[in-house]
Design a protein around this ligand. Structure first.
Ligand code: GLN
Ligand code: ZN
Length: 765
């Protein structure tokens, strides 16, 4: 039996890599220092894993920015526009774009890595795409570890996954057709690795957890047949994770690889399926991904040992490996740094380093190499698991009763939209093309300093609130002067749209160093939902109230929706995600109702992350969408017809989920639209979306101020597509990351354009 790890976080336990890379960008340090710091991180990680007793440790799991970008370099798949650049300058230009002297190149696109919150750079392919091998990084890192006496397994992304993750930049060809040009590069890579004496190579093909068409499946078979025909000594580990092999299982079992890795956390039933499968060859090694690589809960040893026992009944011990479900890239580094966490909760958790220990201990227990110490660990583990099952911190009967008591009527507004619309019109008395914003206004340095001081105790609540009130009042006055129809308070009190709510809800806990890479040097620190969620006190009423009290205009209340809060947190694994989501929905519902009571007539519930919660396989979508939509409806349905519910989503690919979006039954939805020139509204048009829509007319990702004319063109387009009485005018998203001067100009233009559209409409032009 072997213990293996699919990959380790590379950011450093105190985000050393982030700091180094950012200093390099600012030219505070140079390439040699950056490379020294990087090497130190790698060496530390390898040594730690080695000391803990991992049998097979990864190399090439380090990256200065992103592993897909690294693969682009390794395979010589560099877009033409970077051809004149070299080395690190080219590398970071591909990641972030470069503007200097005569050079002005745009970065590659970035998107989410499967269903995680990690973002990778999207490979670009042209019809006559060429590839070439640059194996230096893989070789250097392998040798580095070897010098420490550690024989690693390099990790690479497989050819089919690499192609499918990318995008065609020209028409009339399919990127999978490039496989024949790409395979020789991989083959040469394997040969070079063989010459180095590498024993195992881990090839990640997580596309096996998605729906593949016939060509794509053939590409997989063809690839691994061709690798086998190389007759090298390198043994191949095929790694799939994040979901089952599903209908790709037959295909995977037939592949001539030495080890097949299974994610037994996301797909527990997979082991039985394989062990009883007629195609399963007992000579093959199974890597059981039994320790969760992307959540923070301690492994249940007793449970895991039962699973391993099942494999042992059918397989030789040597053919069983124990592993993490996926790379630990998605876990925070080290729980030991969390000295302020409630010890009761802390004992339930395991971060990357602790997960490594779990894999090793499980191997010792399962292969009966146990000694006093490991038996002690087993006992400790059982205690922790028991304590979590019965803890009073987790279980709140009141919440459980409330969830049980939910009836369909709780997820329905009192009347249908057409009725609500009339009542809202009467109350709100809005013009055509009403204008509003998405919630946040620029968070200046000062605002952030106040918050930092407040957190450190250098400002008391009174002082802090006074400053925020002044900032809020300024924003209200400016919105009135500019002529916006529906105002917002500006969200100056919020650091992050999930953290702000998590901090005020029961059942959430926050870490100090629980960072996880989001993209490049950016890390996020997701809250941990450990128990039943309840809202002890109103969370936003104070600020909404204050803002409403100083203006005659309507102020829109601003909340984060249940699906988004769930999606951007570490979620409990002792109950279905859907159940946790419904609990959050009830807490948000309470808040919505309280805002209504406080006299707020319009309430926005942001569901920025609804789409990214979609499962990897289409067959599983509907189930998810059903509970996600239900959660939103529970949060929004406690109010009177006259109260207008808005939702917001910061993207606009709605084609395949438009029915569910309509089922959410928000009175108004605001979406991102400006970059696509309203093209993305088509889903709404084709579906005849009945409720009101605010297609974004100002790209908030850019400091550019859109001209009056540009906005008008967009609004004209929108009016051709949807009934004018349904159109709202707003930016693509919140303005938190913008500066005030550009925001004022842009919103000024937005309001003027709406007024012009109104005039034209009234005059019947
Ligand atoms: N209300 C939030 C804001 O304006 C919405 C942010 C988002 O959609 N990501 O910042
Ligand atoms: Zn948004």
């Amino acid at each position: 039996m072997k213990s293996i790890v699919l990959g380790y976080p590379r950011i450093g336990e105190k985000r050393e890599l982030k700091k180094a890379v950012e200093s390099y960008w600012k030219k505070h340090i140079f390439e040699d220092e950056l490379s020294n710091i990087s090497k130190n991180i790698r060496v530390k990680n390898w040594k730690m894993q080695n000391d803990l007793g991992v049998d097979l440790i990864s190399s090439n799991d380090f990256s200065l920015y992103d592993q897909v970008l690294d693969m682009c370099i390794t395979l010589g798949c560099v877009p033409q526009r970077f051809a004149n650049l070299t080395g690190l300058e080219r590398y970071f230009a591909m990641a972030r774009g470069l503007q200097k002297e005569e050079v002005d190149v745009k970065a590659m696109e970035m998107t989410k890595w499967f269903n995680t919150n990690y973002h990778y750079l999207v490979p670009e392919f042209t019809k006559d795409q060429t590839f070439s091998l640059n194996p230096e990084k893989i070789i250097t890192e392998y040798k580095e570890a070897l010098k420490l006496g550690i024989k690693t397994k390099p990790v690479i992304i497989g050819p089919v996954t690499f192609l499918l993750l990318g995008k065609e930049k020209e028409q009339d060809f399919n990127r999978i057709e490039l496989l024949d040009d790409l395979l020789p590069i991989y083959q040469n890579l394997i040969k070079e690795i063989d010459e180095l004496g590498v024993e195992y190579l881990q090839i990640d093909e997580p596309v096996l957890a998605t729906d593949l068409n016939l060509d794509e499946r053939l590409a997989i078979t063809h690839t691994y047949e061709s690798f086998k025909n190389l007759n090298t000594n390198v043994k191949l580990i095929l790694a799939n994770y994040f979901d089952c092999y599903g209908e790709n299982l037959d295909l995977a079992l037939k592949l001539p690889v030495d080890v097949i890795h299974l994610d037994l956390v996301r797909c527990t039933k997979q082991l039985d399926d394989i062990l009883s499968h007629q195609l399963f060859n007992k000579k093959k090694t199974l890597s059981l991904g039994i320790v969760d690589g992307r959540n923070i809960w301690k492994n249940d040893f007793e449970d895991s040992l039962k699973t391993i026992e099942k494999a042992r009944e059918k397989l030789d011990v040597d053919n069983i490996w124990l592993s993490t479900s996926c790379s630990l890239l998605h876990s925070p580094c080290d729980l030991e740094l969390e000295t302020k966490l409630n010890p009761e909760i802390k004992q339930w958790l395991a971060f990357a380093k602790q997960k490594i220990e779990e894999v090793v201990t499980l191997k010792q227990l399962a292969s009966h190499e146990e000694n006093k110490q490991t038996l002690e660990k087993l006992k400790e583990n059982q205690c922790a698991i028991q304590s979590r099952k019965n803890s009073k911190l987790i279980h709140n009967n009141h919440v459980k009763q409330r969830v049980k008591a939910i009836r369909d009527t709780n997820a329905n507004r009192q009347s249908v939209f057409s009725v609500r619309k009339e009542k809202q019109r009467e109350r709100l008395n809005l013009p055509l093309f009403p204008t509003t914003t998405i919630g946040s206004f620029p968070q200046t340095k000062e605002v952030r300093t106040w918050r930092a001081k407040f957190k450190k105790g250098e400002l008391n609540t009174q002082e802090y609130n006074k400053l925020l009130k002044a900032e809020t009042e300024k924003s209200i006055r400016w919105q009135e002067d500019t002529g916006l129809d529906i105002l917002v308070h500006g969200e100056f009190e919020r650091n992050d749209m999930v953290e702000y709510f998590g901090e005020q809800l029961d059942g959430f806990v926050f870490t100090k160093f629980g960072w996880v890479q989001s993209y490049g040097s950016r890390c996020v620190k997701p809250p941990i939902i450990y128990g039943d969620v309840q809202r002890p006190n109103p969370m936003t009423v104070y600020w909404a109230n204050y803002a409403q009290s100083i203006t005659q205009k309507h102020v829109k209340g601003m909340l984060t929706g249940p699906v988004t809060i769930l999606q951007w947190s570490f979620v409990r694994n002792d109950q279905p995600r859907s159940e946790t989501c419904i609990q959050i929905a009830l807490a948000i519902r309470d808040e919505v109702n309280d805002l209504e009571k406080a006299g707020i007539n319009i309430i926005q519930i942001d569901e920025a992350a609804l789409r990214e919660g979609l499962p990897l396989r289409k067959a599983d979508w509907q189930y998810y969408l059903n509970w996600a939509v239900k959660a939103f409806r529970i949060s929004s349905s406690g109010v009177a017809d006259q109260t207008q519910i808005h939702t917001h989503m910061c993207y606009s690919e709605f084609n395949d989920i438009i029915k569910s979006i309509a089922d959410m039954d928000a009175d108004v939805i605001t979406i991102e639209c400006s970059r696509s020139q309203m093209e993305l509204l088509n889903a709404f048009v084709d579906f005849k979306y009945p409720n009101e829509i605010g297609p974004g007319v100002y790209d908030i990702h850019s400091p550019r101020v859109p001209t009056l004319q540009e906005i008008e063109i967009l609004l004209e387009k929108a009016s051709e597509l949807i009934p004018v009485e349904n159109i709202w005018v707003n930016p693509d998203c919140g303005l938190k990351t913008r500066d005030w001067p550009e925001t004022k100009l842009a919103i000024g233009n937005l309001v003027k354009s709406a007024k012009k559209m109104r005039e034209k409409e009234y005059k019947g032009i």
